[in-house]
Design a protein. Sequence first.
Length: 565
Amino acid sequence: MMKTKPSIYSNVNILNSLAGLLIIFITVSGCKSGTGEKDNQYTAPAANDDYFQEIGSQIGLDFVHSIGNGTEHLNNIVESSGGGASFLDFDKDGFIDLFLSNGTWIDGFSHGEKPAEPTHNYLYRNKGDGTYEDVSRKAGIDNPAYSMGAAIGDYNNDSYPDIYICNYGANVLYRNEGNGKFTDVTKKAGVAGLKECSIGAVWFDYDLDGFLDLYVGNYLNFDPEYKYYYAPDGFPGPMAYDAEADYLYHNNGDGTFTDVTREMGIIDIDGRAMGVGAVDYDDDGYMDIYVANDHTLNYLWHNDEGKKFTDRGTMSGTAFSQAGEATVSMSVDFADYNNDGLMDMFVSDDTYCSLYQNLGNGVFADRSYPAGIAMAAGQFVGWTSSFVDYDNDGDADIFKTNGALKHLYGHEDQLFDNLGDGKFRDISNSLGSYFHEEYVGRGACLGDYDNDGDFDIYIANLNSRGMFLRNNKGNQNNWLMIDLEGTTCNRDAIGTRVKIISGGKAQISQQKGPTGYLSQNDHRMHFGLGKSEMVESIEIKWPSGKTQVIENTRANQLLSVKEPK
């Protein structure tokens, strides 16, 4: 174990808070530039009394999701799947940018009138002043595709995050060139798939060779000509179509990947994958995979020391809900919500959702009902869900987007406050006017866009304008963010386990890739500290096996830590 002083082994940056700026909102209209992006200038509005204030259109986030057709209703299950949202710092300037997946018109698939201009995915650059600018065309990621999830990861270890996009049709891998532009390297990399309907994907290093591998969750073999259904249902559900098998791609370290799905024991016969995530749930040093499947049992692929995967979903208690049902599972996220040192899981679905408490020895118990989540969640159809310490009090709360399955009917989104005794309470209505409105929520990403110490939220709404919630009050408590960089392990340090002790209270977390539904959160690890002004100890266990300890770190800063050689 290596003990380290922050001033020697880590680059400490105290970032200026933007939360207290009293700025009057001004919009200056402008023309379109030669790059095709808007020249409009925006200014972040002053904080109001809401805990979460919706400010998206005021800061330049004018994205409107499209299901690809000219109608005002859903025509099939692929359109219902929606789009995701991902935070990433693509230009490495210290401010998180935003990638948004979008649908588009497809002949033989889409209904209604074909739009004059095809829709595309979007990339918004964080300007560092509380506003964003559209750089989609300039960056070269504006090619039309029917996209759903995205996975952000530095697959070639050049320090710049790359983007893998899950599509209805061939998937796409964009390599970040480090100059503000991306290059489509899908063909060389060999990760396009066979034109399946891919929903979500996750980067992780399953064999600890220092390069990020890729798990792709495939949904179902959609037939646009198939019309048999009961009229009240609107269109055929997922069980009307055959499942499509998932893929596991091994990173060869030279810009190419090898399909090792069956070789590694991933036998996916009847899973219709929605959300996928990776975590080392049993702390054996190897990251495992959880797949949230639609209407069928969920998978927990245990990583057998990088040599093979074994499905332990049923034996671990995480394949079904507490009622013993295979639910319409949408997303998964991981955190130690009860601070017992074990990584727990939350899986959102169309009913009561599942809060899986890790009991140790590879066994989980669904605590959704006794925790106070089930009844409140059961009123809505849940899509993305993420653990987040929204108020910096030192425990993991849960944010959840909601929206109807087969119609463009809105639901209110929810935030469950962790009460610290194994119970949660839905406090959404007290957090601001946004939570009183109904939207058709799908993906969402959480992160600190203004570097003021609390997590903000972008929500991707189906066939509608996305919403951006600025957190106005979370930094009234103290906090610490940690930006990890691997040297021997993968550059993103995915799989790193961090334990902090502050005010005598221990917290653990793991560096994760994509979680939730179709989305990815801020890559920087975030810890709420309550009223503590000092972190007595930070213990970092890198995937390479190295352990590093940093002592006596001040609160309210971003700590950049590089893996020691």
